[in-house]
Design a protein around this ligand. Structure first.
Ligand SMILES: CC(C)(COP(=O)(O)OP(=O)(O)OC[C@H]1O[C@@H](n2cnc3c(N)ncnc32)[C@H](O)[C@@H]1OP(=O)(O)O)[C@@H](O)C(=O)NCCC(=O)NCCS
Length: 101
């Protein structure tokens, strides 16, 4: 967990006073691609624009020429198209523990 936080180069959080209500974590080269690793909003604060704002901040920090790229978790597949993301037919994953052929 500590490494996940320390090694992402973009971390944006949303707060209601002292309560953490959402965060986005990403890695960006600030020129071509920003990979969004996590996006989460506390349940009671969902559907209030927090997720959109977090992604807008990530996009702005990544810079105007970067694409935002992510893998949606089950349940969130309908969210990203709603915000304007388009599906990519060529996403590829080599899972931990898998070796290259
Ligand atoms: C998915 C998630 C991040 C969305 O955050 P949120 O703050 O609730 O979303 P927003 O309020 O910014 O929603 C923006 C718009 O998307 C809509 N929306 C929200 N969740 C949606 C969903 N699952 N499917 C389709 N549309 C959705 C909202 O109604 C809103 O629409 P509007 O602007 O037309 O009124 C949040 O529900 C969450 O944390 N879920 C659990 C963790 C998760 O699945 N994270 C995604 C990992 S890939």
């Amino acid at each position: 967990m500590a490494a996940m936080l320390a090694n992402a180069n973009l971390f944006i959080s949303a707060w209601d006073s002292s309560l953490l209500v959402g965060f986005a974590r990403a890695v960006s080269d600030y020129s071509y691609a920003t990979y969004v690793i996590d996006l989460a909003v506390r349940e009671q604060y969902q559907r209030k624009g927090v997720g959109r704002r977090l992604l807008a901040e990530v996009k702005a920090l990544g810079g105007p020429d970067t694409s935002l790229i992510l893998l949606a978790t089950p349940g969130a597949e309908t969210y990203y198209p709603h915000l304007g993301f388009t599906r990519h037919d060529s996403a590829w994953i080599l899972r931990p523990g898998q070796n290259l052929y």
